[in-house]
Design a protein around this ligand. Structure first.
Ligand code: ATR
Length: 281
């Protein structure tokens, strides 16, 4: 039996084991997936242990997505661009790092709308935003408005995206700036943590600025429908819940490890069930 896992801190509430084990069982693959609570000080030992034990692959979550890099043998191009790793494959004892977060987000968006030539408003300038923005450039978007509470962080990420060949405008999260920029876009994505349980009444975006012609996605998946998405839906916009990105980042990792098409429907059903939205906990 091959063993896969998740390392992070905390990992106790992750739905990845449920999704991945369902996928292995669904496809009759003799493998199992477990989560490992690894504190920062133990990261090097954990990676050595993974190699010594022959663990076939693993996901990496907060707070190790960047600090894992020096412990890996090589990085796939996307992970180099983003500067963070969420998936590792053990290829004959050599650990290869990937990042499936950005492409998971663009696949989720592309199930609702084309991205080529589009203008996109992205809220947030942290790790999730960086992964999404790089993937948006890969999809050929026309330009990105990057709105962040701390303007310096938006400026710095915009500088990085311009170097990668993109067109990017940094801004703050004031209503005036958001109103001005949203006029020009067809897609809005929340990459901040605002609205995450338990602060479910908060939103980073004034609801009255949504329009029915927008496609709106949130990366927050707990709650399944955030205030941000509810406001967008109330305005008639097309909404994409954060669980889509969660499911697709897992599906893409599964495909890297197994070279088989991931059973995305099954993984979504299990993730929804685990998060309390698809037939109870
Ligand atoms: P992640 O890797 O999940 O993106 P992160 O790097 O900590 O996490 O980034 C969190 C994002 O949410 C940042 O854009 C952060 O804004 P700052 O750069 O100003 O910190 C944003 N964020 C978190 N709490 C926020 C709040 N209460 N209001 C507005 N933005 C917030």
């Amino acid at each position: 039996m091959r063993v896969y896992g998740l390392i992070g801190c905390p990992v106790e509430h992750s739905v990845s084991p449920i999704m991945q084990n369902a996928a292995f069982t669904g496809l009759g693959i003799d493998a199992t997936y477990c989560s490992f609570h690894v504190i920062e000080d133990n990261l090097g030992d954990a990676v050595n242990g993974i190699k010594a034990l022959g663990i076939a692959g693993f996901n990496v979550t907060i707070p190790h997505k960047e600090s894992i890099i020096p412990f890996l043998d090589s990085l796939q191009e996307t992970a180099v661009g983003i500067g963070a790793v969420n998936t590792v494959e053990n290829v004959d004892g050599r650990l290869v790092g990937y990042n499936t977060d950005g492409r998971a987000a663009t696949i989720s968006l592309k199930n609702a709308t084309g991205l080529d030539g589009r203008k996109v408003l992205v809220l947030g300038a942290g790790g999730a935003s960086r992964a999404l923005c790089h993937a948006l450039l890969d999809e050929g978007v026309d330009s990105i408005y990057l709105a962040n509470r701390t303007p310096k962080r938006a400026e710095s990420l915009c500088g990085e995206l311009r170097k990668a060949g993109g067109s990017c405008t940094p801004l703050g999260l004031s209503k005036r700036e958001l109103a001005e920029s949203v006029k020009d876009v067809s897609v809005v994505v929340n990459c901040t943590s605002v609205g995450l349980y338990p602060r479910v009444d908060e939103t980073p975006f004034p609801g009255e600025l949504f329009r029915s012609d927008l496609v709106v996605m949130d990366i927050v998946y707990n709650p399944l429908e955030t205030r941000f998405l509810r406001d967008a839906r109330d305005a008639g916009a097309q909404t994409i819940p954060g669980i889509e990105m969660l499911v697709w980042q897992g599906a893409l990792a599964f495909e890297i490890w197994t070279n088989k098409k991931a059973p995305v429907g099954l993984m979504r059903e299990q993730a929804l069930r685990a998060l309390g939205g698809g037939g109870g906990k």
